[in-house]
Design a binder for this molecule. Structure first.
Ligand code: PLV
Length: 412
């Protein structure tokens, strides 16, 4: 393997503007860059870089032409030509986020249903199957930088999958604590991702207590699924993508609320891009409606139990930050029944050929149940020129599970 040699001050100064910007844009300073040997002396000319999105930029020196950037050729060049590779150092994921920029699709079927343009932010297409990778990926990267030795995450399923995915990328062991109601496919997926899985209690809150205990061990870090500023910061990236794709603000953003991490992130993101006036429609299912209960009471409320089939919305108490958002931002808290959420899942599958969890069905039900129309008719929402629905995704569903849910709820 080639030896890596730190870039000297003059070499850094000789990088082309584009290459320097690439490095700095990726939060790299000179100390984060190295050159693989051989390291021939700089001749005249500058290091000329393209702006690659990869972590490595090949740099080639040809006689009299200085350094050229190349992404393809890595072979040693003959004679007075030489090659080195500019490499970003630091933790493997020090700067590249684990989440992807997801598509924003205009939906013909949902637009017709809503009577306005509906955009779908397809978080179901994230590598870990839900938006969770945004906040959790960001949190885990920061913890890895601080030297964390073991990650532990309590989850209804999706946060655990995002944490296990991040842990695998970072080369850190992970323990995921789920309630006993977790589906077999989620458990298998987690084990397949190399995580240790523990099942405990009936709902997420029980699993959370166990995770907090485990995290007391030396070098262990608890990954909070929704209640942490880094989680909100990571989730906020979703709004930056909306701004890049839409340019102008949508009439409203619809999202599902479990513990409120998505809500807090989206609210922060809207402020960041100057769209703080855009209302958020916060959807829950009855029986997992801890946010709605808190909004009604004007203070945090702990539900006695989670009775909804939307298990991944099932935090008995929301994050305090979620409630605070309602004081700083226009948030309409709405609740649908399980049957509405599950039939939204079925209709979305038929309309868009995408299968999502009932948690996500709660957000989609705002359109399929006619709620959006009712809010406008009642004057609680201005007539909407467009709406963005966050298709938050979810791994705890397959065709058999959907059939079983429909049977339980008496849906044909
Ligand atoms: N699910 C968390 C919390 O569960 C989890 O552990 O996976 N949509 C989907 C598909 C989700 O998985 C979740 C959260 C939400 C929406 C709600 O996000 P939150 O918790 O940030 O409001 C108990």
């Amino acid at each position: 393997m080639a030896k890596r040699v730190p870039l000297s001050e003059p070499q850094f100064a000789h990088l082309s503007d584009r290459t320097r910007k690439w490095a700095q844009g990726a939060r790299g300073g000179r100390e984060d860059l190295t050159l693989t040997s051989p390291l021939p002396p700089l001749s005249r000319g500058a290091l000329v870089g393209a702006a690659p999105l990869t972590q490595e930029a090949g740099l080639r020196q040809e006689a009299g032409r200085g350094w050229q950037s190349s992404r393809s050729s890595r072979k040693q060049l003959a004679g007075d030509r030489a090659e080195a590779t500019l490499v970003m150092e630091g933790p493997p994921a020090g700067w590249a986020p684990f989440h992807r920029v997801t598509p924003l699709l205009e939906s013909w079927a949902l637009s017709r249903e809503a009577g306005t343009t509906v955009f779908l932010k397809c978080e179901n297409m994230q590598p870990a199957g839900s938006f969770k990778i945004r906040g959790i990926g960001h949190f885990c990267q920061q913890m890895a930088k601080k030297g964390c030795k073991h990650l532990v995450c309590s989850s209804g399923g999706n946060a655990g999958i995002a944490a296990a995915y991040s842990a695998q990328k970072l080369g850190i062991p992970a323990t995921i604590v789920l309630p006993e109601t977790a589906t077999t496919q989620v458990v298998k997926r987690l084990q397949g991702q190399g995580a240790e899985v523990l099942l405990t209690g009936k709902v997420w809150d029980d699993a959370n207590l166990r995770a907090q205990e485990l995290a007391k061990q030396d070098g262990w870090v608890n990954v909070p699924p929704f209640d942490h500023p880094l989680i909100w910061e990571g989730n906020a990236s979703l709004v930056q993508e909306l701004q890049a794709a839409l340019g102008t603000p949508p009439g409203a953003v619809v999202l599902a609320v479990g513990g409120g991490g998505l809500l807090a992130g989206v609210a922060a993101g809207l402020v960041e891009v100057g769209w703080q006036h855009v209302p958020i429609i916060a959807m829950e299912t009855r029986g997992a409606h801890s946010f709605n209960a808190a909004v009604q009471a004007g203070e945090l409320v702990t539900l006695p139990d989670i009775t909804s089939v939307a298990r991944t919305l099932g935090a008995k108490t929301v994050a305090r930050r979620a409630l605070e958002c309602t004081r700083e931002h226009r948030v309409l808290s709405e609740v649908v029944g399980d049957a509405e959420a599950v039939s939204a899942v079925q209709r979305f599958l038929d309309d868009e050929r995408m299968l999502v969890e009932p948690a996500c069905g709660a957000a989609l039900a705002s359109i399929y149940s006619g709620l959006l129309g009712r809010l406008q008719a009642e004057g609680r929402l201005r007539p909407l020129a467009s709406v963005v629905v966050i298709v938050c995704g979810g791994n705890g569903i397959d065709s058999r599970e959907l059939q079983a849910l429909k049977a339980t709820l008496g849906l044909s």
